[in-house]
Design a protein around this ligand. Structure first.
Ligand code: SAH
Length: 377
């Protein structure tokens, strides 16, 4: 099978308006100066946006009234508009559907746990990686999101947390996972700009620790290598789904370009450089990748690596013949991995009833469903 790697937008589109969050802190100041506004005003904007999640210029009382509209138009144009949100799990899980400036729809999922609140965000509208068990993969890539559009999903989640709208009262957004729609490494620069926005201390960013940010990838080795050089120790998650190349060639088609061994070696270098253990994502699919011999092979592959396995019960996508593993097969899979000393967790399936779980977010509003996979860690 021929794999087309889509790193660029497939066709010419009207670009989303430039936003403060597309720029580095230095560029924000430079832009202020360009507009004839003193550089310190860029810092004030950053406080409003990243500390108070406030994009309403009328309330920016520390900025002269006559400047507020210009600064709002130039720095914080509205990039995402809420179309719909649905909650479940007694109000502790919430899925938001966002419309972008060109009508494209993406979704994010906010999940509150006893010890953390996590938002699962999209980095692309659609995805070009074509994994057959993932609903997003079936729809293909619509376009890359900008850093502003990615960051806006996180700021919106932080605002919802602070406002007390989630069941349990006001809280702080503590974790961000790039596990919604899209392949983060295929939109590398925008993803990295947004990672910096998320992890930079206030006022330049949201001040969420890099360890609380997870970037999940199908295994684009060039992207993992680049990430290793960034000096930002985010948690790396690799969607392996099987230890053998033969099956992985079909489950994760990019495997025909970068094999299991190469992907794990790149992840090992990431772990060595950052000191961070990485996650192996493994969707358990009944009679496809859940056999004891595969668990054995995975255990052998990972026993001396700084990795942790996250098993995800497959969330069947519409029309797919595949389903989640039998309980006894899942238990045996875990047992074998543990016998090799490999740390394993089985992911809970938050948000299933609102199509908010892996590979299942579907926007009923669209003619062709917009789908993302929103999953907690
Ligand atoms: N493109 C990135 C982010 C995708 S979503 C990546 O592939 O890692 C995060 C995880 O959800 C990935 O491991 C993905 O393989 C998994 N996933 C996708 N569809 C799923 C489904 N239907 N059931 C269970 N997990 C799924």
């Amino acid at each position: 099978m021929e794999i087309k790697l889509v790193f660029d937008e497939p066709k010419q589109r009207v670009k989303p308006p430039k936003h403060f969050a597309d720029l580095s802190p230095e560029e924000r100041k430079a832009k202020a100066i360009e507009l004839g506004i003193p550089a310190f005003r860029a810092n004030q904007m950053a406080v409003h946006f990243f500390t108070h999640f406030n994009d309403d210029p009328d309330s920016w009382t520390d900025i002269p009234k006559e400047l507020r509209q210009t600064m709002a138009a130039e720095f914080t144009p509205k990039l995402i508009t809420l179309v719909k949100s649905i909650t479940c799990d007694n109000g502790k899980t919430r899925k938001d559907l966002w419309k972008l400036h060109d009508g494209v729809l993406v979704e994010s999922v906010l999940m509150r746990y006893s010890d953390r609140t996590t938002v699962c965000i999209s980095s692309q509208a659609g995805c070009g990686m074509n994994c057959p068990f993932c609903a997003t993969g079936q729809a293909g890539l619509t376009r890359n999101l900008t850093a502003g559009e990615i960051t806006a999903q996180v700021v919106a989640a932080a605002r919802i947390c602070a406002s007390g709208e989630l069941e349990g009262g006001p809280t702080r957004l503590s974790n961000v996972v790039f596990m919604g729609m899209g392949e983060p490494m295929a939109n590398y620069n925008a993803v990295m700009r947004s990672v910096r926005n998320i992890t930079s201390p206030q006022p330049d960013g949201l001040g969420i620790g890099a360890r609380s940010v997870t970037v999940s990838t199908v295994g684009l080795v060039n992207g993992i290598e680049k990430l290793t050089q960034e000096g930002i120790p985010v948690t790396l998650a690799v969607s392996l789904h099987t230890p053998d190349d033969e099956l992985r060639d079909t489950l994760v088609p990019i495997n025909s370009r970068w094999k299991v061994r190469e992907v794990l070696e790149a992840a090992d270098k990431y772990a060595d450089t950052t000191g961070r253990r990485y996650s192996i994502e493994y969707a358990l699919i009944r009679d496809i990748n859940d056999q004891a011999w595969r668990s054995d092979l995975l255990g052998r592959l990972l026993r001396n690596r700084n990795a942790h396995v996250n098993l995800i019960p497959l969330n069947p996508t519409p029309g797919s013949k595949w389903t989640a593993s039998r309980q006894e097969d899942e238990d045996e899979f875990v047992r074998i991995l543990e016998s090799y000393g490999v740390p394993v967790t089985v992911r809970d399936t938050r948000g299933r009833e609102i199509d908010g779980a892996c590979g299942q977010l579907a926007a009923a509003e669209t003619a062709s469903p917009v789908v993302i996979e929103g999953v907690p860690l």
